[in-house]
Write a protein that binds this ligand. Sequence first.
Ligand code: DHK
Length: 146
Amino acid sequence: MTQTITLLNGPNLNLLGQRQPEIYGHETLADVARDCTALAEAGGFALTALQSNHEGQIVDWIHEARHAAAGIVINPGAYSHTSVAILDALNAYDGPVMEVHISNIHKRESFRHHSYVSARADAVFAGAGTDGYRFAVMRLLTLLKG
Ligand code: DHK
C-alpha cells in the first residue's frame, strides 16, 4: 500500500501569493501542494495537503497522521511562535517531521525568532521561500527511503 506524507500549513498560509508577496512570494498554496505532490509521487509516496487557520484543527490532523502518515512537513505559520499544543501533538507522532518557514524568521522581528516546533523537528527550512517546501519533501523522502 502506498504510504502518505502529510503537508500541514497553519494560519494565513491560505493567502499565499496574495499576502505580503515581498516576504512570502508569488506562489500560491495550490502551486506548493501540486509540486510537493509531484515530488512525493516520484518518490513512491502519496501526499495529503491540509491548511487551517485554527490551532485545534492542526492538532487533530497531527493526531490523525499518527496512524496515516509516514512523515510530516509542517509550516505552522504564527503558531510556530506560540503553540505548545502543536509541539505536544508532534511529540506524540513517531515519524520524521520537517519544519518549513518561507521567510528567514531569524532575520525578522524578535518575536518570530523562537519556534516551539523546532524542539521536535528533524530539520528546519527557513528563508528559502516556497522552495523550502520542496526541499523539505526531498529531505523527508531521503529519510523515509533510508
Ligand atoms: C509564516 C507566517 O505566517 C508567520 O507568522 C511566521 C512564517 C513565518 C513563514 O515564514 O512561513 O512568523
